[in-house]
Design a protein around this ligand. Structure first.
Ligand code: LLP
Length: 443
């Protein structure tokens, strides 16, 4: 059956069964909730792959080439890293753990870049041992550390320098990373960054590929990218005139926004690509710079809309004249984004997907915090205990940011495709909670 109008349009395959239950990629979500338990993260596998392919497709015309590096931090169970590898993308990792997962999934080190403002010496050594394509050096201390490790191991490590272009992206304060006052990257406010370039160029164990910037996340305006590219071009021209170094690679980070609620109007991947290609091409002409190989690090815009979370509704409480709380069996433990960023979500009663949502309620989590809310004031169709609630667009930064607060178990993850479901992460068990712990009574 087709999608009723109260089910928002996301980039995934939603439908409603004859009995009125919500389906994803041909899988009945109420049945999945029963089979795997709730909360449950469910992804439309074809939608994940489609977005990888759209990113690749959108840049194919660009000479001298590009690499799409999926930002692992958004969601990286082993199966996701494998999917990325199968789709021919590379990976942006931020930690030894993400690097470990990438390598276990068979991602070629040649397609891995390592970001982060405080990588440990152990993590740097792991990355150098693995032979990854690029360490994106964030500061001078790290530069010295990479140099020393590479020297001790007698290898030449390819690096990029992360630059803070000082561009204000219009997004939430905590996920804005490139305003001038930021913990990330080399600042352009003085000459120290050019000094860092000089420092790399004289080092026999380092090879500079180019520069990196990342202006923020959940960005709707492509102007922010244009502004950042302009700054990077000017900087590259300045570097060339002062040091003679000419960039080979330009990494523009991630950040493209997605739809969470109907009013969100994200830019298509293709428009982002067109904007980037045009701005880089004209800018390179203007400064007589060669066009660099382009690197992008999209996270949310690959996985965000492709995933949803299923919950089972429990206690429902009406405070007369104030509001009705509908509590679910998860909350800030499986999705801390509402508590952290006041994120907005849309949802549907998956058990009654054909019924008009005509009761305005607020969806609460089950942690012992008043701030553990998932959605304020949303219209749902007759929410009752044991109904399954589907919260949309939860594919990014939920599983990866989940916690065991209140010793709640982390949910399972299921991929759906052509009517078949595949468990890619099992739900934690109580034993898992004790896995790393020792009893005082043990010797
Ligand atoms: N590259 C770098 C260096 C980053 O720091 C990030 C995200 C990305 C790429 C990917 O950005 P994306 O395409 O996903 O927007 N937890 C927050 C988002 C934090 C993003 C941090 N960096 C949230 O849930 O909204």
């Amino acid at each position: 059956m087709s999608r009723p109008k109260w089910i928002p349009e996301f980039d995934l395959d939603l439908s409603v069964s004859a009995s009125g239950q919500l389906e994803l990629a041909g899988c009945n979500l109420v049945a999945l909730a029963k089979e795997f338990g709730t909360p449950l993260y469910v992804y439309d596998e074809a939608a994940l792959r489609r977005r990888c392919q759209r990113y690749r497709q959108a840049f194919t015309s660009y000479e001298p080439g590009y690499e799409i590096l999926y930002a692992s931090k958004a969601f990286l169970p082993l199966a996701m890293a494998e999917l990325i590898e199968q789709e021919g993308l590379g990976l942006d990792v931020m930690s030894g753990g993400e690097l470990y997962t990438a390598l276990k999934a068979g991602v070629s080190p040649d397609k891995i870049y390592f970001n982060g403002n405080n990588k440990s010496p152990v993590e740097l050594a792991e990355a150098i041992d693995a032979g990854i394509r690029g360490i994106i050096v964030d500061n001078l201390l790290e530069l010295e550390r990479v140099s020393a490790i590479a020297k001790a191991k007698q290898v030449v490590q390819t690096v990029l320098l992360r630059i803070n272009p000082g561009v204000e992206a219009h997004t939430h304060e905590y996920i804005k990373t490139a305003k001038l006052d930021s913990k990330f990257g080399f600042s352009l406010l003085d000459n120290s960054t050019i000094e860092a370039v000089r420092r790399v160029l004289i080092d026999q164990n380092l090879k500079l590929l180019g520069f990196h910037c990342h202006i923020g996340s959940q960005i709707f305006s492509l102007d922010s990218y244009r502004a950042a590219i302009d700054v990077m071009l000017q900087f590259a021209a300045e570097v060339r005139s002062q040091t003679g170094f000419v960039w080979k690679e330009l990494n523009l980070g991630g950040g493209l926004g997605v739809r969470y609620v109907e009013s969100d109007d994200p830019q298509p991947i293709e428009s982002l690509a067109a904007q980037i290609i045009a701005t880089v091409s004209t800018g390179c002409q203007k400064y007589s710079l060669p066009k660099p190989r382009l690197l992008l690090e999209p996270g949310r815009s690959i996985v965000g809309e492709a995933g949803l979370t299923l919950y089972t509704i429990g206690a429902c409480k009406t405070i007369p004249g104030i509001r009705t709380y509908v509590a679910v069996d998860g909350g800030m433990t499986d999705n801390p984004r509402v508590a952290l960023y006041q994120a907005k979500y849309s949802a549907v009663n998956a058990s009654k997907a054909n019924s008009v949502p005509d009761q305005v309620v607020s969806v609460a989590g089950k942690c012992c915090e008043s701030g553990d809310m998932l959605i304020w004031d949303i219209a749902l169709a007759d929410p009752q205990p044991d109904d399954v609630l589907a919260v949309f667009s939860t594919g990014a930064y939920t599983y990866s940011m989940a916690s065991n607060y209140n010793r709640l178990l982390r949910p399972a993850v299921v991929f759906c495709r052509d009517g078949r479901s595949k468990l890619v992460v099992r739900r934690q068990s109580y034993e898992d909670l004790l896995n790393c712990e020792f009893s005082l009574n043990e010797g």
